[in-house]
Design a protein around this ligand. Structure first.
Ligand code: AGP
Length: 450
C-alpha cells in the first residue's frame, strides 16, 4: 500500500503485507514501486520491504519501521545495469525485439551454465545431497507453468525421479503431502507472482527444500528460496513472455541434465553429447526465426477467426498450450491448446468449416499419430497450419493448408524451436488487429496480487 497526503505532498507512507513493495533512491527524490521493474528506469538503487514493515519517504529521506514500530536500517541493493533491455532499438515493440533476441539470450544462458572446456554444467553448490532427492514438484503460473509441463517430460525421460507439476494458485490452497525427500521448484520470470510466492512460502513453512528459476534475481521468490538459478535473459518488458519462456525451459533442461548425470541415470558420454547438442541451439533458433515472413502472411486468418485450436503430443503438447495462450492474450481470439489424442473425447465437436488449427507434428515418436489426428480435423473442414521440423523425407499428408518447418535438432530440444513460429504468429495476428502488443488489455507484467 502506498499512501499520499493531501496536506503533506512531500510524504509517502508505504506498507507491505503479502504483495512485494520496493523503495528506489534517486537524486533529491525517492520512489515507491511494486517491484524493481517499476523503478528500474529511474534508479538502480533499491530496498525491499519485508512483510509487516512500513516506510516513510520524503524526497531526500527514507525511514523504515518493523511491524512493532521499531526503526530499522535497510540494505540498499544495486541492480545490474541492463539499459539495452529497456530500449526498443530497431523494433517497434518490445515483444518483437524480445522474440528476435532469443539467439543471444539462449547463448548467454548456455554460457553461464555450461563449462565449454570440459562439457560439464556449472551447478555445483546445491545445498542438498541430490542422491537423497527422489521426487520433484514444479510450480508456476501461465507461461511459467508451461515450462514446468515440458520439464516434466524431460525429467521423466532422463531421470529416475517422480515428477509432479502444479499451478501455483491451486497448490497454495489444496491439501499437499509435504515429503522431506521432495524438491520444490518454483518457476517465475518476474519472481514476484503472488500465487507462486505464496506456494513457496507454504513450502518454506513446511520446511521443504526449495529452488527457484527466475529472471529477476532481486525478486521476492529469489530471495526467499534456498537456491536460485537465474535465466539470464535480460529484462523482459513485453507482457507476453517470449525470451523468458525459452530461458525458463533452458535452465530446466540444463538442471535436468545435471541431475540425470549426478544420479547416474545417463553416463558421461551421453551427458557430454547432450551438452554438445545444446550448444548448437542458439544458431538453430536464429535460423528458425526466418519463418517470420511466411507466418506474417497467414496471421490474418488467425486474427479474424472466431476461435482456433493448437494441437500436439509429447513435448509438443505444452508448446501447443503456450501457443494458444499467446494468441489469446495478444489477439483476444479464443484459442485452445490440446493434446492431439484427446480431440475425439470432446473438442472435435468444435471443428467446423474454416476454423484455423495449428498442428505441431515434429518428426518424433508421435509423428504418425499426430498426422492421423490432423487428418481427423482436416476432414471436418479445419484449415491446418502444420508445424514440423526439416527432414529429407517429404511430409506426405494431404490437404494441409500451410506448412512451416523449423530446423533439425534432437527431439528433446524441439520445444525451443517449435515455440518460435507460435510467438511470431501471436505477434503478427495482434499487429494485424492494431492491438497494443506490449500491453494487452486486462493484463500486467508481474501479477503481484492474487
Ligand atoms: C505470459 O505471456 C503471461 N503474461 C503470463 O502467463 C505469465 O507467464 C504468468 O503471469 C507468470 O508470470 P511469472 O513468470 O512472472 O511468474
Amino acid at each position: 500500500m502506498g499512501i499520499l497526503f493531501k496536506d503533506n505532498p512531500d510524504l509517502i507512507v508505504g506498507a507491505r503485507r503479502g504483495s512485494p513493495l520496493a523503495v528506489g533512491y534517486g537524486h533529491n527524490e525517492n520512489y515507491l514501486g511494486s517491484d524493481s521493474y517499476a523503478l528500474k528506469s529511474m534508479t538502480n538503487k533499491i530496498s525491499y520491504l519485508e512483510d509487516g514493515e512500513i516506510c516513510l519517504l520524503t524526497k531526500d529521506n527514507a525511514e523504515f519501521y518493523n511491524s512493532k514500530g521499531k526503526k530499522i536500517n535497510k540494505k540498499i541493493l544495486t541492480l545490474s545495469e541492463d539499459s539495452e533491455s529497456y530500449e526498443k532499438g530497431d523494433f517497434k515493440t518490445f515483444m518483437q525485439k524480445e522474440i528476435f533476441e532469443q539467439p543471444d539470450t539462449t547463448k548467454s544462458c548456455i554460457n553461464e551454465y555450461v563449462d565449454h572446456l570440459r562439457d560439464d554444467i556449472n551447478i555445483y553448490n546445491l545445498p542438498w545431497d541430490i542422491q537423497k532427492i527422489d521426487s520433484i514438484t514444479l510450480i508456476g503460473c501461465g507461461t511459467a507453468y508451461h515450462a514446468c509441463m515440458i520439464a516434466k517430460y524431460w525429467l521423466e525421460e532422463l531421470t529416475s525421479l517422480d515428477v509432479v507439476i502444479d499451478i501455483a494458485s491451486e497448490f497454495r490452497y489444496k491439501t499437499n503431502k509435504f515429503k522431506k525427500n521432495n524438491l520444490y521448484i518454483f518457476v517465475s520470470q518476474s519472481g514476484e507472482t503472488a500465487d507462486t510466492f505464496a506456494a513457496l512460502e507454504l513450502c518454506k513453512k513446511n520446511k521443504m527444500k526449495t529452488l527457484s528459476i527466475v529472471n529477476v534475481v532481486e525478486s521476492s521468490i529469489a530471495r526467499t528460496s534456498d537456491f536460485v538459478l537465474p535465466i539470464h535473459c535480460g529484462a523482459e518488458i513485453g507482457v507476453a513472455s517470449t525470451k523468458a519462456f525459452t530461458g525458463q525451459m533452458l535452465v530446466l533442461y540444463i538442471l535436468t541434465l545435471k541431475i540425470s548425470f549426478l544420479k547416474k541415470n545417463i553416463n558421461k558420454k551421453l551427458f557430454e553429447q547432450k551438452i554438445k547438442e545444446l550448444k548448437k541451439l542458439p544458431k538453430l533458433i536464429k535460423t528458425t526465426l526466418s519463418v517470420e515472413s511466411d507466418i506474417e502472411n497467414i496471421s490474418n486468418t488467425f486474427a479474424n477467426a472466431k476461435g482456433s485450436m493448437f494441437l500436439g503430443r509429447g513435448f509438443a503438447y505444452p508448446i501447443a498450450m503456450e501457443g494458444a495462450l499467446k494468441l489469446k492474450e495478444l489477439c483476444y481470439v479464443h484459442a485452445e491448446g490440446y493434446p492431439a489424442g484427446e480431440m475425439k473425447h470432446g473438442p472435435l465437436a468444435l471443428i467446423e468449416e474454416g476454423i484455423p488449427v495449428v498442428v505441431l507434428a515434429p518428426r518424433d515418436k508421435y509423428y504418425e499419430k499426430t498426422l492421423s489426428n490432423m487428418q481427423e480435423v482436416i476432414s471436418r473442414g479445419a484449415k491446418v497450419l502444420l508445424i514440423s521440423n526439416k527432414s529429407k523425407d517429404e511430409i506426405s499428408s494431404e490437404n494441409v493448408w500451410k506448412t512451416i518447418e523449423v530446423e533439425k535438432t534432437s527431439d528433446e530440444l524441439l520445444p525451443f524451436l517449435l515455440t518460435l513460429p507460435l510467438q511470431i504468429l501471436a505477434f503478427h495476428s495482434a499487429k494485424n488487429k492494431g492491438y497494443d502488443i506490449d500491453k494487452p488489455r486486462n493484463l500486467a507484467k508481474s501479477v503481484t496480487v492474487e
